[in-house]
Design a protein around this ligand. Structure first.
Ligand code: KG4
Ligand code: ZN
Length: 343
């Protein structure tokens, strides 16, 4: 008993990526993700289209994940899935699939919180150093911005969050103002690398504690562009790199002010980042610099584990499995799943 390594199939479908992964022990055997091009022309994710695309992708994606991993359904010990938070119509597809698959195979179900998945991606074993508890994780994605005190794999506490837009939204909404397609975050990143981050100054919010605010930035950028274009109709195009670099710089300033405060107040020197925005090259570089300056050990996920993926759901599922925290067939998806698991 207990000798055979655990094999878990995980499903992620919270937003616009359909992903399936197979984990064996704490290593990933396969991680297959199908994105959805269909939203590009709409400037954002259209929930109904996302749900429909998940229904089309889920079976081929799971099939490929099992084949890539050279694992048969009968080898699986459990099925993990993202219960929430996310878009209801998207979550329902992954949840229903996971429930049926587990029922058909007679194996346990593991319900994972998407935000825990982003953080626990740091424990996917690829021979790298892993954070030691307690550590602080800055989770930045399209839907969330959270400062999390991680005491254990299953003991995580949100100490700061956004009071309005998420950091990813700040990237995507300012990108939209610049006429860039959705999602604009990666494009801002690319143009920012060629620009001057100090060329334009945008005001930063004054928020107490560890909370963040980003909605003011998008308004500031809008007014700034309108004013500048009165004098020069080509302002956006002519200054795109510097605008992107300055916007990105402002977002990073807002994030790091609170991250540094949280680390100092809690006397924590193991610092991690997670979520889609942690793919941002400026954020990754700044974390390295702050780490060197402040004596932090910093943890930056591999690119493929930053944006939404099922590998992170698989590793999070493993910790539930080890504690026997299984879901039953009556479970349903929850768009606004609370961060803390009710035991
Ligand atoms: O975690 P994620 O894949 O999905 C959510 O759960 O939201 O995060 C997606 C977000 C989008 O806002 C996207 O623009 C942003 O992550 N993102 C980036 C970069 N890559 C993805 N933002 C800035 N720079 C990047 N390189
Ligand atoms: Zn995410």
């Amino acid at each position: 008993m207990g000798q055979k390594p655990i094999v878990i199939l995980a499903i992620e479908s919270s937003c616009d990526d359909t992903s399936a992964a197979v984990l064996k022990s704490d290593a990933i055997l396969s991680n297959v993700t199908a994105g959805q091009e269909v939203h590009k022309s709409y400037g954002g994710v259209v929930p109904e289209l996302a749900s429909r695309a998940h229904q089309q992708h889920i079976i081929p994606v799971v099939d490929k994940a099992l084949k890539d991993a050279k694992v048969a359904p009968s080898d699986l010990d459990a099925v993990a899935f993202t219960r929430g938070p996310g878009l209801m119509g998207s979550l329902v597809v992954g949840t229903s699939f996971a429930k049926s698959f587990a029922l058909a195979l007679g194996i346990p179900l593991l319900d994972v919180n998407h935000m825990h998945g982003h953080i626990l991606a740091h424990f996917i074993n690829e021979g790298q150093e892993m954070p030691r508890f307690p550590f602080v994780c800055l989770t930045v994605s399209g839907g969330h911005t959270q400062l999390v005190l991680v005491r254990d794999h299953l003991n995580l506490e949100v100490i700061g969050t956004t009071i309005d837009d998420a950091a990813g939204e700040a990237f995507d909404k300012t990108a939209k103002l610049l006429g860039l397609p959705y999602p604009g975050g990666p494009l801002i990143d690319r143009y920012a690398q060629e620009g001057d981050p100090l060329r334009f100054a945008f005001s930063k919010p004054q928020i107490d504690g560890y909370d963040f605010s980003f909605s003011g930035l998008k308004t500031a950028v809008l007014y700034f562009l309108q004013k500048a274009e009165k004098d020069d109709p080509n302002f956006r195009e002519a200054n795109r790199n510097d605008i992107c670099a300055s916007v990105q710089h402002t977002i990073l300033e807002i994030l790091f002010k609170k991250l540094v405060k949280a680390a100092k107040d809690h006397q924590i020197t193991d610092i991690a980042i997670a979520g889609g925005v942690s793919a941002n090259s400026g954020l990754r570089k700044r974390l390295q610099e702050e780490g060197a300056k402040r004596g932090w050990r910093v943890f930056i996920p591999k690119f493929e584990y930053c944006t939404d993926n099922a590998a992170m759901i698989a590793i999070a599922g493993k910790y539930l499995y080890e504690k026997g925290l299984f879901a039953d067939q009556s479970i349903s998806a929850m768009a606004r799943l609370p961060f803390n698991r009710s035991l």
